[in-house]
Design a protein around this ligand. Structure first.
Ligand code: AMP
Ligand code: GLY
Length: 422
């Protein structure tokens, strides 16, 4: 399809990366984003509609007569945005609400994996304070405790501290009625993003996120402090195993549902020392910041690819991937991942590097412009510096060269992104 009008839902670095990829797609003529950020406003029109207001998004998509809606975050998918859009004949990239339960409920995801024999850690459901000591003693430390709610990465605690484990369990039971205690999986994590519909699937280049706030993977979990792709921990044999043991059975399950899954399935993997993959989590959307390193590696028309999946004909799409390496380094506000200081001025966001095969630039996330046109921070993760190069060390060097040009009072970033692969 040529001359496509696309509506992107969301406001983060992921959505800016999608907007750039779509703006470079020959099939795409115009881009709308709701609500978007200062980065997406340079590529199309931002609309003041919240990413969680399903009715308002459906109205906007109808009014604009868009050819495709691309949904960034999980919350509107769980609330049924794709169901409503499809009812009105508008193609939506993102699963219907039932498919989105793979992320919406960690317990549901575990039950589906168990039914399909997909490798993952064991789980116990705790409903009462009196179970805690016995439950903790069944698994060795560190303990992995997960609330069964959408909590933007904040509903999970991984700790070796028995008191912290007990109190998080107690608090979660009192707010939610139950909590999950999971077996700890050791190894190296990686993210496999799989574009999927009933006709087939395409695995995008595997990436690795850095979830902890501090260097050497220390400190509290965040939404992700940086990423790189391809991740060498996913060797060809690990990839084949993950497809056979994890992606194929899930695809077979989802394609046979009454309403097929159309969108991206994010498979969060743990690869153990023997190269055996198991599932840490499923998400039903693109990862952030994984998207910032994945989209630039897709050389074929992104708009055509997302539309093909939204219409259930991904099998006929022939992707072309770059053989370069990509890296992104997130710059976060003071305080992040706790309460963040926002409303501070940012400079340097237009810095670019174009040197032979190396290119680097900024993906904006929590940013907006005030009436005078000043760029201000408006979220925990403010932007990320992304670089593409023929090899990973050159990409890392270029991403940090961009980061050093940005000013934002009190901001912080990790200095060791991609260290596992260097
Ligand atoms: P989740 O929201 O389920 O992805 O969990 C957030 C992060 O916690 C993951 O990216 C892992 O780093 C860590 N984590 C979650 N579950 C486990 C597990 N079973 N074993 C080890 N680490 C885990
Ligand atoms: N980067 C982790 C996520 O998007 O869930």
């Amino acid at each position: 399809m040529a001359g496509m009008k696309v509506l992107i839902v969301g406001a983060g670095g992921r959505e800016h990366a999608l907007a750039i990829g779509l703006s470079e797609s020959p099939s795409v003529e115009s881009i709308h984003t709701c609500p978007g950020n200062a980065g997406t406003s340079m590529l199309g029109i931002n609309h003041n509609v919240s990413a969680t207001d399903v009715d308002a998004i459906v109205k906007l998509a109808t009014k604009l007569s868009v050819d495709l809606v691309v949904v960034g975050p999980e919350a509107p998918l769980v609330s049924g945005l794709s169901d409503s859009l499809r009812d009105r004949g508008i193609p939506s990239f993102g699963p219907h609400s039932e498919g989105a339960e793979l992320e919406g409920s960690k317990l549901h995801a575990k039950q589906v994996m168990e039914e399909l024999g997909i490798p993952t850690g064991g789980v116990q459901i705790l409903k009462s304070d009196s179970d805690i000591d016995a439950a903790l003693s069944r698994y060795s430390s560190p303990w992995v405790i997960k609330r069964d709610v959408l909590a933007a990465g904040k509903g999970v605690v991984v700790t070796e501290d028995v008191d912290e484990a007990s109190s998080f369990i107690q608090d979660s039971i009192s707010t939610d009625g139950f909590v999950l205690l999971e077996e700890f999986l050791s190894g190296e994590e990686a993210s496999m993003l799989v574009i999927m519909d009933e006709s087939g699937f395409i695995c995008l280049p595997p990436s690795q996120d850095h979830k902890r706030v501090g260097e050497g993977d220390t400190g509290p979990n965040t939404g992700g402090m940086g990423a790189y792709a391809p991740a060498p921990v996913i060797t060809e044999s690990v990839r084949q195993r993950a497809i056979k043991e994890i992606v194929n059975p899930m695809h077979h399950h989802l394609r046979n549902q009454a309403i097929p899954y159309r969108g991206v399935l994010y498979v969060g993997l743990m690869i153990d020392d023997e190269g055996a993959p198991s599932v840490v989590e499923y998400n039903v959307r693109f990862g952030d910041p994984e998207t910032q390193v994945t989209i630039p590696l897709i050389e074929s028309d992104l708009g055509e690819m997302l539309l093909a999946a939204a219409e259930g004909r991904i099998e006929s799409y022939q992707p072309i991937f770059s053989d370069k390496s990509a890296v992104t380094v997130v710059l976060a506000s003071e305080g992040y991942p706790g309460p963040s200081k926002t409303g501070r001025e940012i400079t340097g966001e237009n810095t670019r590097i174009e040197e032979g095969e190396i290119s680097a630039f900024v993906h904006q996330a929590g940013t907006h412009r005030d009436e005078e046109g000043k760029l201000l921070s408006s979220g925990g993760r403010v932007l990320s510096a992304t670089a593409l190069a023929p090899d990973l060390p050159s990409a890392v060097g270029a991403a940090y060269a961009i980061i050093h040009e940005i000013t934002l009072d009190g901001s912080h970033y990790r200095r060791d992104i991609a260290y596992r692969a260097l």
